[in-house]
Design a binder for this molecule. Structure first.
Ligand code: SAM
Length: 345
């Protein structure tokens, strides 16, 4: 159980909303609650144990998230590493579901997972107040899937998790697929059929240079235009309007009205100008961009005993310094010091 502390239960004073120096309003927080993962996806981790960053106690994440919510955050996505590995996850979700935004609404509460432990956790998470999950699946055939995750039997386990999540009402259910040329780009058309059969929104993501190893090159990225063209050949597509401003995925429906896919194209069609996001790593550092070269130690300040108001001021100042955009593919591009699994995807 999460232990209640006064800071979690008391009312909090609304403060000025978070904006950056480019006028972007920040309302979307991604929180990594561990950088451990039970998968070793070939494009993400080297497969070795690798450095681990410390984890905070669950009520420390709660305290930090609460500060962000008091600054106008309306959407919280829990991620990792693999978030389902944290034992008190259901308690954390229950506490987060009790928070209210500045306009008095419940948070939009989502989670990204590899789905391996979802079969048994989907119903308790839904009951605790989770709204939606996104499950990562990089193939819809078992051999390719297991070649990527390097975990035997993982395909059936994750498929079971996806079905459990849908049955629990964690919908609309999204499936994220990172495409890499030569690894899984032969899955594109099958994923379109899968989206319709399983009643899920499949979102293809362009591979970004955030891996532990050195795999990334422009040639390995499968660009948005190619994906749309290939699916369109087997199942005609129509582009759909964004559901909200700043939506990262371009949405497409099938012309018969059944099913939807999305494409997240940070490499070939960057959406930094509409970014509304900030990240908190599992060890309590703020990252204002996936590709930030600097991290901001919010947790260190909390541990040093700073007041809520001082911590809010620090968050404000930090967000003001949010980068204009990333520089993937440009000369002089520098990979961040942490890879995706250690930042929180
Ligand atoms: N373990 C959870 C999962 O598998 O969804 C959450 C963490 S994982 C790092 C989050 C997402 O990041 C996954 O969908 C994964 O495929 C994606 N990802 C990892 N490395 C990536 C990269 N270099 N480029 C794009 N997406 C990446």
């Amino acid at each position: 159980m999460v232990t209640a502390s006064p800071i979690l239960s008391g009312p909090f004073a609304p403060a000025a909303r978070l904006t950056d120096s480019y006028g972007r309003v920040i309302h979307d927080l991604r929180v990594s609650i561990t950088d451990r993962c039970n998968y070793k996806c070939v494009y993400c981790r080297t497969g070795e144990a690798g450095p681990q960053y410390p984890e905070l106690a669950i009520d420390e994440y709660l305290r930090l998230i609460r500060l962000f919510v008091s600054l106008g955050i309306t959407k919280v996505r829990l991620t990792g590493g693999e978030p389902l590995l944290r034992r008190s996850l259901v308690d954390l979700v229950r506490e987060l579901a009790n928070l209210r935004t500045l306009t008095g609404e419940p948070l939009d509460l989502a989670l990204t997972t590899n789905g391996h432990l979802l079969d048994s956790l989907a119903a308790p998470l839904k009951a605790a107040g989770l709204n939606r999950v996104t499950v990562s699946m990089d193939a819809v055939d078992a051999p390719t899937f297991e070649r990527i995750t390097r975990i035997p039997g993982s395909f059936q386990t994750v498929l079971g998790g996806v079905r459990a999540a849908r049955a629990a009402g964690l919908t609309p259910l999204k499936i994220n697929c990172v495409l890499l040329r030569g690894f899984n780009d032969d899955q594109i058309e099958s994923f379109a059929h899968f989206a319709r059969q399983e009643d899920v929104v499949v979102r293809f993501i362009e591979f970004m240079p955030l891996e532990e190893g050195r795999l990334w090159s422009p040639e390995i990225v499968v660009p948005l235009r190619e994906i749309v063209k290939r699916i369109g050949r087997v199942l005609p597509l129509v582009e759909l309007p964004p559901r909200e401003a700043g939506e990262t995925a371009r949405r497409y429906g099938f012309t018969d009205g059944r099913g939807e896919i999305g494409i997240i194209a940070p490499v070939t069609q960057a959406f930094c100008g509409a970014c509304s996001r900030v990240r908190l790593t599992s060890d309590g550092k703020i990252r204002t961009c996936l590709f930030s070269q600097v991290e901001h130690d919010l947790y260190g300040r909390l541990r040093a005993g700073e007041s809520d108001q001082d911590l809010r001021d620090y968050i404000h100042r930090t967000v003001q310094g949010k980068e204009a955009r990333h520089h993937i593919g440009e000369p002089g591009f520098l990979k961040p010091s942490r890879s995706m699994v250690h930042i929180g995807g």
